[in-house]
Design a protein around this ligand. Sequence first.
Ligand SMILES: [Fe+2]
Ligand SMILES: [Fe+2]
Length: 472
Amino acid sequence: MSIDYSEKIPNNVSLSDNRRLKRALEEWQPHFLDWWRELGPEGFQHHDVYLRTATSVDAQGWATFGYVKMPDYRWGIFLAEHGGDRRIGFGEHRGEPAWQEIPGEHRGTLRRLIVTQGDTEPASVEQQRHLGRTCPSLYDLRNLLQVNVEEGRHLWAMVYLLHAYFGRDGREEAEALLARRSGSADNPRILGAFNERTPDWLSFFMFTHFTDRDGKYQLASLAESGFDPLARTCRFMLTEEAHHLFVGEFGVGRVVARTCELMKQHNTDRVSEYGGIDLAIIQKYINFHYSVSLDLFGSELSTNAANYYSAGLKGRFKEPAHDDDHRLTESTRGVMKPEGELILEKEEPALLALNEALREEYIFDSERGVERWNKIIRNAGIDYALKLPHRAFRRAIGNFKEVNVTPNGEIVSAAKWQRREAEWLPTAAEREFVGSLMKPVTRPGQFASWIAPPPRGINHQPIDFEYVRLKE
Ligand SMILES: [Fe+2]
Ligand SMILES: [Fe+2]
């Protein structure tokens, strides 16, 4: 399905056939651009950036690469193609045709799901807006800005659904998505992790590795939705999300690689005086970002999640691959919870434990990333392994929010936990140190002292390609 770029709002949803919707979105567009100029990336708005833009929605060659000034980026509405007569794959309506319109009884719930997803998109742009000023290279700057414009597009994806299917309420929600602010005291973003600061590039890479990965799992389960326009929207968003995860995993990997290089060169595990970041500090950043991201999946047991599933609104990760009845009314699964000083696994109804099931998929996936970083360390001949903390570590939501758990999964007293906190989480001094390394490097092909160059450039371009033209 090709994308109509002759329109003011590029789209593949035949927007020109629906005058009312087209007008409403064209009215929202300048509000979006105002938000982008005010809260989008700080600086670089007038520079040419080597960005990719979607040209079609099929897996082969959906992107074109070229220099674009960010405010001219063609944010638009792209839905994955219809899968013929798609059927609902789970819940009480399993086997029925997927809905092209919203069933009245699920209107409020779907709106909340869409708004919650939509809110994370501009939030992350706000969180990352100042990072360009301290980019470790033009290559990384370009990747940051690519992630940012695509998060902006993800906002468009959700706003389209709100405008197209939720009438006046939807239009109000679309405005509210531009009004909330990450970290604001009066009008914060909806989810906790999206109000945290992203103070430095190590945090950015951790965020794109761990927090964007939560996004992948949320989008994947919404991509199973019985509400077909939502499913198709999320399916296309996932193709963009894959790049954000790449930026995170390879970003952290390059920091690790550089640290290992300095460790060998100077025969020390304290590389800070050589402009690197110790593996021990990297581990603390992992502990921080992973635990914040685990909370995004919600409580282990959730009647909301059960209702979303039974109603056919939100499925499981890769729903068709599950070898069961896709209703889950009879099955159970093990769920961890604290019992005194122990963490035990208890059988719970599978339907109630869907958040935990999704979190589990996420944990496996996150582990694979850590494994790849450890391979870099091993290949450097260094005896050290990064690891994910226990899933109960530092949780603010769910079964473990009242207990104090160490990264090894041991329940300890609050006093003991606080005494040891500095061993597990970045201290103010360490954050300050990492911050002190954040000096912009903007000469093509040059990289900051704390990060290795990537193995290859973007879209077959050389590593020293001028990914952002800083001269106006
Ligand atoms: Fe996104
Ligand atoms: Fe993302």
